[in-house]
Design a protein around this ligand. Structure first.
Ligand SMILES: [Ca+2]
Ligand SMILES: [Ca+2]
Length: 245
């Protein structure tokens, strides 16, 4: 299940209850950011972001720019970013007209081009990068060059109640508790109803939501928090989402 599927599962039932920022991604404002630490073309990283229903990050303010820049500095410490990291801005459709795709509620006013940039904008250097120096000023390059990247995933109303993990493929991998700690098993409509059931049970510390397909979900309430579980009590299971309260 992709990140957004989980988000919609949550939002579909009660938007204010919770949403998630996958472990391995980093929250700023109403978005989660994750860094692609492999060198890929702009087109390829756009696909990788899209596989998690995210898009290439676009700094829309100096604050967001600083957040992304500092995230990249941490992720690539101590070697640095090298030749930079792709962001969403590009002039692929019309040379010289830079488009920075936006999430809802964002404005496109912010730019952080370095001096003399964008350069060669009529000769195919159509994609923008955050550079390694000077607070990550932007420059532009050929989109087929292989660079790192940052993805940006919008979230809805955020409450740090749930925590899912994201694998290196960008897909969610979620550990679940084994059946040894099940207090009760219920049919659930989704993440929220399962979470509420756990909240209402005095001994419930975590829950497994098992998606059995065709709209059927099993909600297992557990007497142990995942974070306190021994290694042998935790299994990586497809279509099972283990969440601590
Ligand atoms: Ca943004
Ligand atoms: Ca261009």
């Amino acid at each position: 299940m992709h990140v957004l599927s989980v988000l919609l599962l949550v939002a579909g039932f009660e938007a204010t209850f919770a949403t998630v920022c996958p472990v391995g991604s980093h929250r700023y404002g109403k978005a989660c950011y994750f860094v692609i630490k492999e060198l890929k073309s702009w087109y390829k990283v756009q696909q990788i972001c899209a596989a998690s229903h995210a898009s290439l990050a676009v700094p829309n303010s100096s604050e967001e720019q600083t957040f992304i820049w500092e995230l990249l500095q941490r992720e690539f410490y101590p070697d640095g970013l090298g030749n930079g990291a792709w962001i969403g801005c590009n002039d692929i459709n019309q040379d010289g007209v830079w488009n920075c795709p936006l999430r809802g509620g964002e404005t496109n006013a912010y730019q952080n081009w370095g001096e003399g940039n964008p350069s060669n904008q009529y000769s195919g250097a159509d994609c923008a990068l955050i550079g390694d120096r000077a607070g990550g000023i932007w420059w532009n390059q050929y989109c087929n060059n292989h660079r790192y990247a940052t993805c940006e995933l919008a979230i809805i109303d955020y409450d740090p109640l749930f925590c899912l993990q994201i694998g290196s493929s960008g897909r969610i991998t979620s550990p679940c508790l084994t059946d040894n700690h099940v207090l009760m098993e219920l049919q659930a409509q989704g993440l929220v109803s399962c979470g509420k059931a756990c909240l209402s049970h005095p001994k419930c510390s975590s829950f497994n939501l098992k998606d059995q397909g065709q709209g059927k979900m099993v909600c297992q309430l557990n007497d142990l928090a995942l974070q306190n579980a021994a290694t042998e009590d935790v299994v990586e299971m497809e279509n099972c989402y283990g969440l601590d309260l």
